[in-house]
Design a protein around this ligand. Structure first.
Ligand code: RAM
Length: 395
């Protein structure tokens, strides 16, 4: 059986195709029994079980399968180590809603907080409070302030994600099928070399305007677009819209792209945004194409799922993501090491993660990332007509 990690170990490039026949990873069903439940204010008591000593996982907001899948990995890893975990995310995708909930959790003396944030600013006071109480903070997916976190758990190299998304959008606009592992940039160069049409224009349907992770990917897309071979062929300007990781708002923004009809392809670097755009573009029978970061289970109606499908009869011919469940488990291992094994996240410090599902035990070493440190969990993975069917039941 192949798995994501082993493919990397075999030296394949960051962009991988895997046959997952027989993969034992299972699809999240309800996203965790506690998913979405508001944190019980400490003073409310009322028979609510105390969260003292519990490792809390906080996503950006409730109702997002991506967060549910990360929690699945986080809780499975920590529960196997005999730890208690809880999933606490606010209903609103805002900094204020997370801060209020964090404050309540800290008062309850939780063991640790693992968080995907909604913004760069606004957490200092509450994170300081956690630090003073000795509650470690690890971030995953969307970074927390380096000053207060032990480390960030990075899903994949930021620049790789930004570059691959732009390359995919350009190839899709030109009607070129996924060229295969490691061939994206070279194919873009060849195809653009032959291209003499109007300047290609790309749109971005993101989460909130403040979300650190999406903003870092957008910056990476702009870096990619500044490369010489795009000059005069693809506009360096991205048309950006924000759907706040809310289905309704993302649908409205996708409809705005359709009404304006100014872009050739929308890149949506959020699983909520890409699914909303998929539906909107399909319903409108729009000629605008779509790619981005999506969950196969949520994208199956907008993508080819069989090897002999014509990818371009679908709104989204191919897209990307990574092993979200494993990402959550790595953040759980970092948190466990911070609480129990003295892992402090300084550059060069490391922790051992136990074997998890198809992954063998592995050592993760913290490296400098911006003003803080991170550990790297994986690499981007392309979902396309040849592997979609295998993944729909997994992610
Ligand atoms: C969404 C969230 C998350 C992002 C994924 C790809 O579910 O915005 O932060 O990393 O998509």
């Amino acid at each position: 059986m192949k798995n994501w990690k082993r493919l990397v170990a075999l030296g394949m490039s960051a962009m991988m195709i895997a046959s997952l026949a027989g993969c034992s990873t299972t699809k999240s069903t309800e996203g965790g029994s506690e998913g979405g439940e508001a944190a019980a204010p400490a003073e409310s008591g009322g028979g609510k079980e105390s969260l003292e000593g519990t490792h809390v996982f906080m996503f950006k907001s409730t109702g997002n399968s991506f967060g549910d899948l990360m929690y699945e990995g986080f809780s499975e890893y920590l529960e196997a180590k005999g730890e208690k975990t809880a999933y606490k995310s606010p209903a609103e995708t805002t900094v204020a809603a997370q801060v209020q909930m964090l404050d309540e959790l800290i008062t309850q003396n939780v063991a640790s907080i693992t968080i995907s944030t909604n913004g760069d600013a606004g957490y200092d006071e509450v994170f300081k409070k956690a630090q003073e109480k000795g509650i470690p903070i690890v971030s995953v997916d969307s970074e927390a302030n380096p000053e207060y976190r032990i480390c960030h758990t990075n899903q994949a190299e930021t620049q790789d994600i930004g570059s691959y998304l732009v390359q995919a959008a350009v190839l899709i606009t030109l009607g070129v099928d996924y060229p295969g592992d490691g061939k994206m940039e070279e194919t873009v160069k060849t195809e653009l070399g032959k291209y003499s049409g109007e300047e290609i224009k790309l749109g971005v349907l993101s989460a909130s305007i403040d979300t650190p992770v999406q903003n870092s990917w957008i910056a990476a897309m702009e870096t990619e677009l500044a490369k010489d071979f795009y000059a005069g062929k693809v506009s360096p300007e991205l048309d950006k819209k924000y759907g706040n990781d809310d289905l309704t708002e993302s649908t409205t923004q996708a409809q705005a792209f359709i009404a304006e009809n100014a872009v050739d392809c929308i890149i949506s670097p959020t699983t909520v945004g890409i699914a909303a755009a998929g539906q909107a573009l399909k319903s409108a029978n729009s000629e605008i194409k779509l790619t981005g970061l999506g969950l196969p289970s949520e994208m199956q109606s907008f993508m080819p799922t069989k090897a002999d499908d014509d990818a371009f009869e679908y709104v989204c011919p191919y897209m990307m993501l990574w092993d979200v469940i494993h990402l959550g488990a790595v953040s759980g291992a970092a948190t466990y090491a911070a609480v129990n094994d003295g892992f402090d996240g300084s550059v060069g410090s490391s922790f051992e993660m136990d074997a998890f599902r198809d992954y063998e035990a592995e050592t993760y070493e913290a490296y400098q990332s911006g003003d803080g440190t991170a550990v790297l969990a994986g690499a981007p993975f392309i979902f396309e007509k040849n592997n979609m069917a295998e993944w729909i039941d997994v992610l």
